[in-house]
Write a protein of this length. Structure first.
Lengths: 319, 524
């Protein structure tokens, strides 16, 4: 688990660099609430505290959740998110190893449905918020220096793209718009790049298998590549998809969760490819800008079926 | 059968530290005779042997003490000359360590033998004769499975594999035997091939067994002629016209050191690329596998007329003073063997029969060495694996990656724990070879193989129960059918009689017949 935390560091640091100290604050809050809630529910369930608190899984759950939350989201978002993740999705299902759904994504998705406003207020990456301001906003809701949310918040690239294309612009025109910019002008792409780097470290040290991320990335290239080559005015490039939103984070750190994902090698390939397919479909046709959380949760429900279909041939069984 | 050259990697498996240097450094030594020999009547797969001696009888070495029982079984012989003291229950080194009927012998120290007549020119003898002799000598598989060898060789095969791939750490009894008796192993293998009708022999050793390999290569060169090397193998083939048994090529193959390379199914796959069918036996694909010790025992039985009365046992581990490989008479108490190996060190902490992975911890050392005992491992306190608390399974798949049966042990575990037997069966429980690789790699320290052993025991018990129920049902139905048939026959007879008696002419003719019979019988 500590290896996963280590591999999350590059992306987290870049996200802090882009959005300011609020990222660190959200991380601290989520970790704090995760451990408090986990200790509490374990006491209520009369389960031993030490093994569950010592396995590091709550840390990863809190960390993944915090990376998905806007840095200036109110403090109770972390509290409610961790309640759903740790208490409902994890411990009430039987604790580590028994949870059907990825706890971090269960927490995030439920809160996104319940509090869409709070969870979509991403500040302008060009003006990182200082720690003081972040603390003030997170705990009191007050905005620094008589600003308004409108002045601070800026639509995420995926949101902006949706707005511009819905307004009838071609992709080339949208990218030329200063509020969007080309792929590498967008700070969020750097975060995705850093997660790719961290994810490769994770595979290199053997902490996760390559199956899910490789299948997911290959599926994005195969699904969007031909469309983009055929009609680049209406279809974003595969790279725009790979480095937008939470795709990289999801492909390397969330869809690879062994507990809630598929476990057989072929199953993991299927899981990764379906993760990419669902994420793209939700981005394109859904009501939410990004589809990572919903794609993961839907697939979690299908993981046992996928494993059944993809079980390896037992030694000596007929081919 | 076409045997492809080259060696494949079987699925899964682990590279383990082999820890064999210590016991390997010493030459094979002969363990002294103990004061008492204890011979369980069941030292083999199948039914126990029936005693054919009584307390007070004097016996010679090699004389039968108990004859093979019904079905699959094997005879037991006196390991040395002496007196039968008792036939009484004695704890055996197999779980649940319950006392089993055993023959106790007091050796007289003279070690006088009564041997069987050697079979002359065994490579030209009929297979039935060889198999009968192997059965008579009580030979069973010495690799640990103790399957009666005669039974195995009675089903003709094309390929004979001689298994010297001793893959479990610490165990070096096959290695020691090969270094001391490579000649006997090769000759025994040729006799086995003759008995089973094989037209090809593969002898496999792991690649760390350099001295054993060299000894085998030397023996093969002396017996057959110079080899033709090809990759991992040395190919020996007798040329026609030399007056010896012709056209039986023998390949000496080095296989990678990878646990469980010596597993029957794994070795067959590594050497031939063929998988023994699920639920089947090597005989289903025309292969027989015998251990190198078994090959030597076959030679002793056929050529020297000696029954199986001793075997090589590795005594090793940090808890014993003089680790090494010992030729031990069957029935020798483990206690005596350890004393002969210098006794325990102060820090001896655990006594294991078998290896560290698949072996079994013993509660004390009063058990006898049996045909199945390949290794006595005494681990020092410092060598014990640190007991780690068991954590929940997070489906990390480490177990599935090392499973040689290509199972999903984590899925199987769930079903065995929930005692969902049909589901466990369909997930491949019976395909588990209990190698314990999953245990070794599990980051949550779950004793998976223990669960699977338990599950397989339950499956076996359930199958036996079902078989009995079917049997009872069949008997019941047969009885019902017989009763119905008899009733029908009675009814038919009665009807026939009634019909005949209805005709007055028939009645008077019957009376006439009866009178004639009466008149014919001579008066007294």
């Amino acid at each position: 688990m500590l290896k996963v935390a280590l591999a999350l560091l590059p992306g987290t640091l870049v996200q802090m660099f882009v959005f300011g100290a609020g990222v660190l604050l959200q991380l601290a809050l989520a970790v704090l609430f995760a451990y408090l809630l986990e200790a509490g529910i374990l006491r209520l369930l009369r389960r031993p505290l030490a093994p569950a608190l010592g396995d590091g899984s709550a840390l990863i759950t809190a960390w993944l959740f915090a990376l998905c939350v806007p840095p200036l989201a109110p403090w109770w978002i972390a509290l409610l998110g961790m309640f759903v993740a740790i208490v409902l999705a994890k411990q009430l299902y039987g604790g580590l190893g028994h949870n059907l759904f990825n706890p971090a994504m269960a927490g995030y998705a439920l809160l996104l449905l319940a509090f869409p406003f709070e969870l979509s207020q991403w500040p302008n990456p060009k003006q990182p918020v200082s720690l003081e301001h972040a603390v003030l906003t997170v705990f009191t809701g007050a905005l620094p220096e008589e600003g308004s949310w409108d002045a601070i918040v800026e639509a995420t690239p995926l949101d902006r793209l949706r707005q511009l294309t819905t307004a009838g612009r071609t992709l080339a025109e949208a990218y030329a718009d200063p509020t969007l910019g080309t792929l590498w002008e967008r700070e969020t792409s750097w975060i995705a790049l850093a997660h790719l780097f961290g994810g490769l470290i994770l595979i290199a040290i053997g902490a996760t298998s390559w199956h899910v991320p490789v299948a997911a990335i290959a599926a994005v290239l195969l699904l969007t590549g031909p469309l983009w080559l055929f009609d680049p005015d209406h279809h974003p490039s595969p790279f725009a998809h790979l480095f937008s939103g939470a795709f990289m984070l999801g492909a390397f750190f969330i869809a690879t969760d062994p507990v809630s994902g598929a476990s057989t090698p072929r199953g993991r390939l299927m899981f990764g490819a379906l993760f990419a397919l669902l994420t793209l479909a939700i981005r394109r046709y859904g009501n939410f800008p990004d589809g990572v959380a919903f794609a993961v949760l839907l697939l979690n429900a299908f993981a046992p079926l996928i494993d059944r279909l993809a079980a390896p041939r037992i030694f000596g069984a007929r081919r | 059968m076409r045997v492809p050259t080259g060696v494949r990697n079987f699925p899964g498996g682990l590279s383990l530290d082999h820890h064999k240097e210590v016991s390997r450094a010493q030459p094979l030594r002969v363990c002294a005779l103990p004061e008492r020999l204890i011979l369980p009547l069941k030292q083999h797969r199948g039914s126990p042997a029936h005693p054919c001696v009584e307390p007070g009888d004097r016996v010679m070495a090699g004389e039968p003490l108990a004859l093979a029982g019904e079905g699959l079984s094997a005879s037991i012989h006196a390991p040395t000359s002496g007196t039968v003291l008792a036939i009484e229950p004695h704890p055996t080194p197999q779980p649940p360590f319950t006392p089993e009927p055993s023959i106790v012998i007091a050796p007289d120290g003279l070690d006088r033998w009564r041997k069987l007549a050697p079979i002359p020119r065994p490579l030209e003898a009929p297979a039935e004769r060889l198999i009968a002799r192997i059965a008579e000598a009580g030979v069973v598989g010495l690799g640990g499975a103790v399957f009666p060898t005669a039974e195995k060789l009675a089903v003709p095969r094309e390929l004979l594999i001689v298994n010297g791939a001793e893959c479990e750490p610490y165990i070096a009894c096959d290695d020691a035997l090969l270094r001391a008796r490579a000649h006997s192993v090769v000759q025994g293998a040729r006799i086995a091939a003759r008995a089973v009708g094989a037209n090809r022999i593969l002898i496999a050793v792991e690649d760390h067994m350099q001295a054993a390999h060299a000894a085998l290569a030397r023996a093969l060169s002396e017996i057959i002629g110079p080899p033709a090397p090809a990759g991992h193998t040395l190919h020996f083939e007798e040329r026609e016209g030399e007056g010896r048994w012709l056209s039986l090529p023998i390949d000496l193959v080095q296989v990678p050191s990878r646990y469980p390379q010596g597993g029957e199914r794994q070795l067959i796959y590594a050497l031939t690329g063929r998988e023994v069918p699920l639920g089947g036996l090597p005989r289903d694909i025309g292969v027989a596998v015998i251990n190198v010790g078994t090959a030597a025992a076959i030679l002793d039985a056929v050529v020297h007329g000696e029954a199986l009365v001793s075997r090589v046992v590795t005594v090793t581990g940090g808890g014993v003073r003089r680790p090494g490989n010992y030729q031990v008479r069957l029935g020798t108490p483990i206690e005596t063997l350890i004393a002969f190996a210098g006794g325990y060190r102060e820090d001896a902490a655990r006594l294991i029969v078998g290896g560290p992975v698949m072996g079994l911890a013993l509660p004390h050392d009063g058990f006898p060495v049996t045909k199945a005992t390949n290794c006595i491992l005494v681990l020092a306190a410092s060598e014990l694996p640190r007991p780690e608390p068991e954590l929940p399974c997070i489906r990390c798949m480490a177990c599935a990656e090392v499973c040689p049966a290509r199972l999903l042990p984590h899925e199987l575990l769930r079903r065995v724990r929930a005692r969902q037997w049909p589901e466990a069966e369909s997930a491949g429980l019976s395909a588990c070879i209990e190698c314990g690789c999953c245990d070794l790699v599990c980051p949550s320290h779950i004793p998976l193989a223990d669960w699977f052993r338990f599950g397989k025991g339950e499956l076996g018990a359930r199958a036996e129960e079902e078989r009995r129920a079917r049997e009872a049902k069949r008997r019941h139905e047969e009885r019902q059918a017989r009763l119905a048939r008899e009733a029908a026959e009675r009814e038919a007879r009665r009807r026939e009689q009634t019909e005949r008696l209805a005709d007055p002419a028939a009645v008077s003719s019957l009376i006439a017949q009866a009178r004639a019979r009466r008149d014919q019988t001579p008066p007294e």
